[in-house]
Each structure stands twice: as structure tokens, then as C-alpha cells.
Design a binder for this molecule. Structure first.
Ligand code: NCD
Length: 319
């Protein structure tokens, strides 16, 4: 089977079948990172540019390692070292990079819609690595993949997404992903950090963390997106942490097999205490580990690769 899309811009666009196909393909890439020589030739000869206009540790490293493990040639460009600081437009930057015959572009930008804008301008595939507060599709795919690995299936699970829902692209992409695959999603946070359109996205709303976590299977904690807060949304960090920070005391009311997730970076002591982040229910580092396999799958499928099934002799076609 082939993935018929030319870009990955968000999970809102994808069907449940397409999401499941990416997750299934991702499974086949997990073992590459466990080999002594972590490399396969499926993107040999292709060039991928990672264009990051916002800070990133996990996502940028994960994309670069995924590209390298698929044998692509990679180039990283960050805002501070690009001609954006000299006044060049995003369109000009992207078109100039494309003029050097690149095969794929991974972009992170603070403007919602930036990835779609570039997908319309460029002829190579574009992958959205986060566009402002809009979407972060590979993060949600890796979150879905991690939950599938832990629970076998997404359908019927109850998922709480907690924190700054208003400014979080991770929340938005996960709402699309989990609801499309049949989970129930509850968003929880202070009223000022819940977007007005939340209900129309098919989720429940809660302002009470302790009550919310009592019967959910997954708790996804989010960082307050301070870089996007233009006004004061809550009285103090201390009060926020008291009401919406996950600590071991609040966790006592959760199910005994609850899974705790966080996309990183963590603000320890604010949305999550260190003992919970590093504790037995946390899958935070597994999310990072599986992110690599998911990004390998996305890069592979968008390069036109076919996935022939886990049991096939040759799972992937060489480029
Ligand atoms: C997230 C992001 O950049 O949106 N981080 C990530 O990609 N792992 C979440 C965040 O910054 O809080």
C-alpha cells in the first residue's frame, strides 16, 4: 500500500485509515534504531532540509536522526542563522532552498498555517514540525503510536489532555488523532486556557484535574506555552501548579494502570513534579524513542515509498 498524500500538514486532514497506515509502517522502523549499525538505504540520494524558525531539541534531533538512519543527506537551518534575520520572506527562503534541488522540507514556524503555505508554494513534500499553536502532526502520531504499543489499541480509551490547551499545537493534533481513532478526549485546564471552540472539536471540558484523572486511561500533561502568552491567563505559576500540576498526591486518585505522557520540554514543578515525570506510570522517554520510528515512517511514505507489510521479505522499497 502507498500513502497518497504529498505533504503531512496536520491530523485534521487525515482519515483514520491513513493514520493507522502510518502507525503500522512506523512499527517496521522501530528495530532499525536497535541494530548495531542503525542505517537502511531507503532514502539514499535524497536531500532533506530541516528549516526551524522556533527552538527545538527533540523534534529537530529526531527528524535529523530519522533522515540519517534512512541514508538521506540532511541540512539544518535555524532562524538565527538564516537570512530571515536580514528580512527575507519565508516564501523566498523556501524557494531558494528548493532551487538547490531538495527532495523534502521539514518546517517549524511560529505562524499557524506556515507549513500549508509552503506546501502550496513548493513542489517537494512538506512536513509540518509545528506551526504556531495550530498542529504538530508527528508529535500526535508518536503519541498515538506509544499508546498503541502500551495498550494494543486506541479505541475506547479515555484520554485527558491537561494544561494550556489554548496555545498548544500538540493538544490540537492529539485531539484530532485520538478522536479519529475512537478514543474519548477530555481537555482540562483553567477556563482561560481552554479554547472557546473546544466542544466543537468533539471533546469534553473539565476545570477540575483531580476529578478528571479518576477514570482516564491516559493523562497527557502540557507545558504552559509562555512564548505565546500575550496576556495574563492565571494569577501565578504557584497557583497553577497547585491546581493543574500533576503530583503524586493527585495521582493517588488515578487508575492503577494509568499512562502519563508529556511531549517535552518539561517544566518540572509546574505542570508535573519530578517524581511523577520519572515515576513508574510515565512513558515520556518512550514517546521520544518511538518518535524516531514514526518520523522515519513519515519520511519514507512521503518520499513515495511503499509499505509491503510487517511479514513481507522486503518491507520497504529502496529509493
Ligand atoms: C512541543 C512543541 O514544540 O510544540 N514540543 C515538542 O515538539 N516535543 C511542546 C512544547 O513546546 O511545549
Amino acid at each position: 500500500m502507498k500513502f497518497e498524500r504529498t505533504d503531512l500538514l496536520g491530523l485534521e486532514d487525515l482519515t483514520p485509515e491513513e493514520i493507522n497506515f502510518i502507525l503500522e509502517t512506523s512499527e517496521s522502523f522501530v528495530e532499525i534504531s536497535e541494530r548495531p549499525i542503525k542505517k537502511v538505504p531507503v532514502l539514499r540520494g535524497l536531500t532533506v532540509v530541516n528549516l526551524f524558525f522556533e527552538p527545538s531539541t527533540r523534534t529537530r534531533t529526531s527528524f535529523e536522526l530519522a533522515e540519517k538512519r534512512l541514508s538521506a543527506d540532511t541540512v539544518n537551518i535555524s532562524a538565527s542563522t538564516s537570512s530571515a534575520v536580514k528580512g527575507e520572506t519565508l516564501k523566498d527562503t523556501a524557494r531558494n532552498i528548493e532551487a538547490m534541488s531538495i527532495d523534502m522540507l521539514v518546517v517549524r514556524h511560529s505562524a499557524p498555517g506556515a507549513a500549508r503555505f509552503l506546501a502550496d508554494v513548493l513542489s517537494c513534500p512538506v512536513i509540518n514540525a509545528g506551526d504556531g499553536s495550530h498542529e504538530h502532526p508527528t508529535q500526535a502520531l508518536l503519541d498515538l503510536f506509544t499508546v498503541k504499543k502500551k495498550r494494543g489499541s486506541i479505541e475506547g480509551l479515555k484520554v485527558a489532555i491537561v494544561g494550556d490547551i489554548l496555545h498548544s499545537r500538540v493538544a490540537r493534533s492529539n485531539i484530532w488523532g485520538f478522536t479519529k481513532l475512537g478514543a474519548r478526549v477530555i481537555v482540562c485546564g483553567p477556563p482561560t486556557l481552554i479554547p472557546p471552540e473546544a466542544e466543537s472539536l468533539g471533546v469534553e471540558i473539565s476545570y477540575d484535574l483531580v476529578r478528571t484523572i479518576r477514570d482516564v486511561d491516559i493523562i497527557m500533561m502540557l507545558r504552559i506555552q509562555t512564548e505565546r502568552l500575550k496576556e495574563c491567563f492565571f494569577p501565578s505559576i504557584r497557583e497553577y501548579a497547585e491546581l493543574y500540576g500533576l503530583d503524586s498526591e493527585k495521582l493517588k486518585s488515578a487508575k492503577s494502570n494509568v499512562i502519563i505522557m508529556h511531549p517535552g520540554p518539561l517544566n518540572r514543578g509546574v505542570e508535573i513534579t519530578p517524581d511523577v515525570a520519572d515515576g513508574p506510570y510515565s512513558v515520556i522517554l518512550e514517546q521520544v524513542k518511538y518518535g524516531l520510528a514514526v518520523r522515519m515512517a513519515v519520511l519514507y511514505l512521503l518520499s513515495g515509498g511503499e509499505f509491503k507489510g510487517e511479514n513481507s521479505d522486503q518491507k520497504w522499497s529502496d529509493s
